[in-house]
Design a protein around this ligand. Sequence first.
Ligand SMILES: [Mg+2]
Length: 186
Amino acid sequence: MKKPRIVLDVDGVLCDFQTPALDTIERLTGRRPSVDVYDFLEGFADYEKADCWAAMNERGFCEGLNPYPGARAFVDDLRKLGRVVFATAPMRGLTWEGERRRWIVDHMGAAWGDVASVPDKTLVSGEAFIDDHPEHVRDWRAHHDGLALLFDRPFNRAADDLRHVRAADYAEAIWRVTTYLEGKPT
Ligand SMILES: [Mg+2]
């Protein structure tokens, strides 16, 4: 029997990118975006956006990000259901991708090769896909037959088109993946 593959996004699902991003924006501009806005630099001037992105692309920024509480246990629980692979969209800094891959290996116990560094998540196939970005979930669902789950965060509620299957937390995501895989013919 083929082992199911579960494709996991990193930022917003396992890794708290938002908090240090908002800290950086506040430090550089004096204004802190709301936690419920997905595009946190919306409304800022181009020069402010450029400065903030440059700071978030600096060496060490990605490496210093924290996992959300329970993230590693969530990944370990998913590993009981199938092979977990990570699909993460890299930023453009010269050190970003290397730091991200090492972050996933160190914090999530991943094999070095189980990380796909791709802006277009539809390139990664699997039986289940979990992401916090409504457009990524929509696009993946358009290309694959598996279960596509939108992981709930305050910043993706307004952007959701309401057609997504939404997981409120790690426990619900585990339940939905388990139920889907059990009902799927092998
Ligand atoms: Mg994400």
